[in-house]
Design a protein around this ligand. Structure first.
Ligand SMILES: [Zn+2]
Length: 153
């Protein structure tokens, strides 16, 4: 899935969760951070396109260990040891990324180190993803607009 789709989806997940659970504002930062972080294992992604990530990318493959529940949980627990809400936000962002990638044809080895992949039927960057992106974007804009008028106007 494309960077932009991950961002609008994780925003929507955050909005949905924050409707039911009261959480600090900075949780959103960690949600977005995590959803962008997962794709640093590929050099032509928006997040992974940094020279200083090249040495790291030699040791990882795209949709390898970083695209796994194990690493997501591990990193979230490390962050949660510093701030619980930050860890929750990071986990939510991580899971939202993995969920979307599981819907794609290339799939994700969610239970790495086991190589079994969960796959869907969506083509990354294809028409279905574009439609989902637009719908999620409109949903996010609606929520932000509603919030804006409720609190500021
Ligand atoms: Zn990914």
């Amino acid at each position: 899935m494309l960077f932009k789709t991950h961002i609008v989806f994780s925003l929507a997940v955050y909005f949905l969760l924050s409707y039911f659970i009261e959480m600090p504002w900075y949780v959103l930062i960690f949600v977005l951070l995590a959803t962008a972080f997962v794709d640093i294992d590929i050099k032509n992604s928006r997040a992974g396109n940094r020279w200083y990530l090249r040495p790291f990318q030699i040791f990882t493959k795209h949709r390898g260990m970083l695209h796994s529940l194990f690493i997501g949980l591990l990193l979230s627990l490390v962050i949660a040891s510093i701030s619980q809400w930050a860890g929750v936000g990071f986990f939510v962002g991580y899971i939202s990324h993995l969920f979307l990638d599981c819907l794609t044809r290339s799939g994700v080895a969610l239970f790495w180190p086991f190589s079994w992949k969960i796959k869907g039927f969506v083509k990354s960057g294809g028409i279905m993803e574009q439609v989902v992106f637009v719908l999620l974007l409109l949903g996010d804009i609606f929520v932000v607009g509603k919030w804006f008028f409720y609190y500021l106007v």
